[in-house]
Design a protein. Structure first.
Length: 227
């Protein structure tokens, strides 16, 4: 959507913005002072779309101040140009919120996408995928990308409970979590097959995955305290 044609001061809108900012950054909220590094902003938007959706506010200081932007249209243009790197294209709502004389905050609302996973396509054709974890946007592993993609279409996921699944459950009876690397170690499976089993178990709601750039962490989906 296009930003509002004319930006006028709206007290209720500003009060709502201040309340939102006071909550601080989190899983579904991110602040940026300006669009000086547009690719970083695109990463945040992609991460929201690939996770639970969220709101990105441009014109907010690290100290939770609301200085706004002197030339919000210029910042918006820079972001729109950078968004051309995002595939598939993102759906979002852009709103200008006037916060003081001649200054405005740009609010981007990004819904959780039904076209996951979105990614940045670089000039060399390399791809970068991002997901949201707490108040950070991190690179997504192949496993997380596959789970995001297939979870949109999953229906009656079935898996065989065999030797390797038994080993996995035995390990998780003693340990709260396991990584792909550890599962390969205890099972003797090659990476492709170990990864495939973990992905399937997440899709079947037996396991859950916590994305981590140093190695995703898998745990039982319904263990007491893990709900």
């Amino acid at each position: 959507m296009k930003p509002q044609e004319s930006v006028t001061f709206n007290l209720q809108q500003v009060q709502k913005l201040k309340k939102l900012v006071a909550n601080g950054e989190g899983l579904t909220l991110e602040f940026k002072r300006k669009a000086a590094f547009p690719e970083k902003i695109i990463r945040e938007m992609i991460a929201f779309a690939n996770t639970k959706g969220g709101i990105l506010l441009i014109g907010i200081g690290d100290d939770l101040s609301i200085p706004g932007l002197k030339h919000p249209e210029d910042e918006s243009h820079v972001i729109k140009q950078a968004l051309k790197m995002c595939k598939p294209p993102l759906l979002y709502e852009e709103i200008y919120i006037q916060v003081s004389n001649g200054r405005a905050v740009i609010q981007y609302e990004i819904m959780e996408s039904n076209r996951k996973p979105h990614y940045i396509l670089h000039a060399d054709q390399s791809k970068e995928f991002f997901v949201r974890v707490d108040d950070k946007s991190i690179k997504a592993s192949r496993e997380v990308r596959e789970i995001a993609k297939r979870s949109q279409y999953k229906k009656d996921i079935k898996f065989s409970y065999g030797e390797y699944e038994h080993l996995l459950m035995q390990y998780l009876d003693v340990n709260n979590t396991i990584t792909l690397k550890k599962f390969m170690e205890i099972s003797g499976l090659k990476k492709f097959y170990a990864s495939k089993k973990l992905i399937l178990l997440v899709l079947a709601d037996v396991l859950r995955v916590s994305p981590n750039e140093r190695g995703d962490v898998f745990s039982l989906a319904f263990r007491s305290g893990n709900r």
